[in-house]
Design a protein around this ligand. Sequence first.
Ligand code: ATP
Ligand code: MG
Length: 481
Amino acid sequence: MNLARHLNHPVFHMIASVAEQEEIQVYVIGGFVRDLLLGGSDTTAKDIDIVVIGSGIAMAEKVRSSIDEDVPLTVFKNFGTAMLKWGDTAVEFVGARKESYRKDSRKPLVENGTLEDDQNRRDFTINALAISLNPDSFGELLDPFGGLEHLDEKLITTPLDPGNTFSDDPLRMLRGIRFATRLGFRIESGTLEAIGQYRERIRIVSQERITDELNKIMLTAQPDKGLLLLEETGLLEIIFPELFQMKGVEEVEGEFHKDNFLHTLKVLDNIAQKTDDLWLRWAALLHDIAKPRTKKFEPGTGWTFHGHEFLGAKMIPGIFRRLKLPLNEKMKYVQKLVQLHLRPIVLSQEIVTDSAVRRLIFDAGDDLEDLMTLCEADITSKNEKRVKRYMRNFQIVREKIVEIEEKDSIRNFQPPISGDDIQYVFGIPPSKPVGIIKDAIKDAILDGEIPNEFEAAYQKMLKEGSAMGLPVRHELRRGDH
Ligand code: ATP
Ligand code: MG
């Protein structure tokens, strides 16, 4: 098969002419070739991996100097690689290598090798495909392991013995699951079995690399497929025990609860159809994470998970720290959604009062739409009628939110009287009474007892202060504070 007409990026011809001059063999290999054969076009910005039979760095330097434009080149001496950044495209050059592995590390001993050696060290047959950039065979596909056929069959399988492949570099297990998830491929049975067999080896992989793969899985169109594969292979238990513990059903007095792991995957699948936001997807994955720890069978009531939203929110920092996910506002966002994830549901089951909606708007702030998206994804009942009813109720909640937002401005609202104001008026230092009065004003506004305005809040403050026996020391007028 000749693919020359698909190698449109100018860099291919640059490389080919340098290769001809220098009489060095060069190939494009890996993800670029795979995606090209899957029907992508090489005109979109994409990473290109070039393997050189010789020095990758020397080749990269010669290619750079043959380009008129100013294209930056980064050399990684320790890795023997060099990266050319041409517009949106990153072209990575590496010398063909032969690798051998030690037991305790995923970093191999490396020596120079042939193209064949280099293809042997690739993780999957579909990633070992190469295209020649040499003058006598420009565009020829080199496919020693049947990668083309496997693309056709939608199959993930390793070039060499799968056990050795995964034992050598266990990160490949996660990469395999990631590719299967992203491409909608099946993992060949021997390969899948080997992942299960060598799952413990994942412990030699750094947490950063593991989490990087997890995030990539989370960003695919069907992340639930990847998580199910992680569970089936036994990897989930090792890398994400809290999720693993959600699996299974228990029975007492003939009553079962649902399998919270499978429910979570359904919620994740639902939300992935609504949003590409990684953190909203994480919130879906973690929304019920505390269910195993709060689970109780209460005779007469059945299975309960009281407070799982609060305990769940509390568990998030520990999980984020271990997974080396960011401990910043992204984490706080996930925590907030986990903590609030039952609120709209409760609302939709009752007669929706203005004050309950006001409180929800106040607590969720700018994340209210995301919270509603999460809650709608959380409806996974098989009973069509029930789903319809919930959805209708959510619609009522949404309408109510719009109506109340128009009437009162609750979102991100700052109470019209601040803590400083209260201290000034009563001449008191920062103290408990200040907090009590402040909360009383906030509650009165959220409950609709007083409007969200200075004068009403001022009167409320005076009333609360006098009930606490606090004399007024200073007057305060609107705009003074
Ligand atoms: P993506 O679209 O995610 O970039 P990719 O196949 O290009 O997919 P990269 O991580 O960019 O993946 O790696 C480029 C190529 O290097 C792969 O196609 C594969 O041939 C090889 N490779 C990468 N990581 C490994 C690994 N851990 N073991 C073996 N080969 C690997
Ligand atoms: Mg790549």
